[in-house]
Design a protein around this ligand. Structure first.
Ligand code: UDP
Length: 321
């Protein structure tokens, strides 16, 4: 298939592009390089510098003819989305509408969309499956849920098939070492720990140690970015085969606490990684763990590299350079 990877120069998009090419698909990356990096572009793919806020450019690019789109171009900092909702409304929601309308105008009928576990909000039960109520606690999660609703309507009215992949906590780096781009100003736990280990940042701030969890720190479902990437390929191939849309969780089904990750990072890097306990961060649930039974059933997908050692060591390989 010929696939347009929108946001393909970003952290997850770069891994998805590699996985698509590995599976024999042809890749064109569309990215405005606002957070994507030129060093995340690889031999064998074509690059179009473009913005999702530019409908003309999207239509002109898609007009070449594509079998599918993978859309990963979005702002993703939940905290920031509560302070600057306009930015998230514009880029995440309006930007996706631009993509969908350009797809309709050019007859492109398949899209894989990066959704998020943030659509669920505070979990009512664990593990969280796709039937769990969706009540986002932050504006970022709201944008993802709102887009899922648009996708449902475009499916019904325009025959656009979609796979909304609800990522849990994406982490790690390509286990084969092909991706070297570091995210700028990361806010997520693992890259922050890596920056401390590498001496790029003074200390880790641990947001709360008084949760009702195994050691008091927050528990999340971390899923390796190579595992996530594989699911995108499986989702595209499934849509081509079945002509059906899908909403699905992608998680490892294992819960890791902040302290478990810090301890693994100290062991693997051999660095002290100073950490200070701070107050809880607003909107953070104590525990969030996925059920990925549906992904196993529909995509034949299962996390393979998402154990704590693989997550930390694949990241450290990149950060220690
Ligand atoms: N966390 C932390 N310090 C940080 C960043 C994150 O203690 O600098 C904790 C956070 O409270 C949560 C977990 O690490 O329990 C994962 O947070 P992250 O922001 O990576 O992802 P989220 O689960 O919020 O999407």
């Amino acid at each position: 298939m010929k696939v347009l990877v929108i946001g393909g120069a970003g952290y997850i998009g770069s891994h998805v592009s590699l996985e698509l090419m590995e599976a024999g698909h042809s890749v064109v990356v569309y990215d405005n390089l606002s957070s994507g990096l030129r060093e995340n572009l690889f031999e064998g793919e074509r690059f179009v510098e473009g913005d999702i806020m530019d409908p003309g450019r999207l239509e002109e690019t898609l007009g070449e003819g594509f079998d599918g789109v993978v859309h990963l171009a979005a702002f993703k900092a939940a905290g920031e989305s509560m302070v600057e909702p306009e930015k998230y409304a514009r880029n995440n929601i309006s930007g996706t509408i631009n993509i969908l309308n350009a797809m309709c105008a050019t007859g492109v009928k398949r899209i894989v969309f990066s959704s998020s576990a943030a659509v669920y909000g505070e979990p009512e039960y664990l593990p969280v499956d796709e039937k769990h109520p969706t009540r986002p606690e932050n504006f970022y999660g709201f944008t993802k849920l709102e887009i899922e609703r648009f996708l449902e309507w475009y499916d019904r009215l325009k025959g656009v098939r979609y796979s909304a992949l609800r990522y849990f906590n994406a982490a790690g780096y390509d286990v084969r070492g092909r991706v070297s781009g570091l995210e700028r100003n990361p806010a997520n736990l693992l890259p922050v720990i890596m920056e401390v280990a590498a001496g790029m940042r003074g200390e880790l701030r641990i947001f709360g140690d008084d949760y009702e969890t195994k050691d008091g720190t927050g528990v999340r479902d971390y899923v390796h970015v190579n595992d996530l990437a594989r699911a995108h390929v499986a989702a595209l191939e499934r849509m081509a085969r079945t002509d059906e849309s899908l909403v699905v969780n992608l998680g490892s089904e294992a819960g890791l606490s902040v302290l478990e990750i810090v301890e693994a990072a100290r062991r693997i890097t051999g660095r002290a990684i100073p950490a200070a306990i701070e107050g809880r961060r607003a909107g953070d649930p104590a525990r969030l763990v996925a059920s990925s039974a549906l992904a196993a059933d529909r995509l034949g997908w299962k996390a393979m590299h998402s154990d704590v050692d693989a997550l930390v060591s694949s990241s450290w390989e990149v950060y220690r350079r």
